[in-house]
Design a binder for this molecule. Structure first.
Ligand SMILES: [Zn+2]
Ligand SMILES: [Zn+2]
Length: 209
């Protein structure tokens, strides 16, 4: 007797978890990638250029990692990673609603603090909060947050790069958070700790006016 459920040809959509197959991301760089996330030199071990339909982004697959992960099914999946162009930061009203995109939310009039969101299919999965002072030419990366179920995919790092890219000539600082998770992330980011608040920010009008 044929199992009637076999007619559908496999488990129902979402049975493996809607986001079960998300691969890591990194900011896109110009030119071909040189090393993989594990440090294998792609020129020596081989690579395949791929396209990730979930994110709608181009990706790279390290052949050395692919072999490693096939031999150790429990290894963390890092063979393939997608490239997000951090210079493409969409206005909220015209941001694509499919795939993984950055959305820039500039400061309100009279305020200095803005946000960059990372959205997957129009759902916010991470955000950076940044304060820039045009007079002092300084930037403060006030906060970087990634929803807990989307961590360890490079979203936080990519948000940091996207924030700093908004004003590359500025002097950037960032506070060191008290939480263990926040501190573990922050201490891997190469930005000095926050110093004195600039006089303009001290007089900043509240965002909720
Ligand atoms: Zn590799
Ligand atoms: Zn200032």
């Amino acid at each position: 007797m044929t199992d009637p459920t076999s007619i559908v040809g496999g488990p129902p959509s979402g049975a493996r978890g809607e986001y079960g197959d998300l691969i890591p991301i990194r900011p896109a760089s110009t030119g071909k990638p040189v090393v993989c996330l594990r440090g294998h030199r792609l020129e020596l071990g081989g690579m395949t250029a791929t396209y990730n339909h979930r994110y709608r982004l181009h990706a790279t697959l390290c052949e050395t990692c692919r072999t490693l992960e096939t031999c150790s099914p429990n290894a963390r999946r890092r063979a393939e990673w997608a490239h997000l162009d951090i210079t493409r930061q969409h206005p909220a009203d015209t941001a694509p609603t499919g795939g993984l995109v950055l959305v820039a939310l500039p400061p309100a009039v009279g305020a200095m603090t803005g946000h960059i969101e990372l959205r997957l299919d129009a759902v916010t999965v991470g955000a950076a909060t940044l304060t820039c002072c045009l007079s002092c030419r300084t930037g403060s990366l006030d906060d970087v947050h990634v929803v807990p179920e989307r961590r360890r995919l490079g979203y936080g790092r990519t948000l940091v790069t996207a924030a700093l890219a908004r004003a590359p000539a500025y002097t950037w600082t960032a506070p060191v958070p008290a939480s263990t998770t926040g501190r573990a992330f922050r201490t891997r980011i190469e930005v000095p700790r926050a110093g004195a608040v600039c006089p303009h920010r001290a007089h900043e009008s509240p965002e909720c006016n």
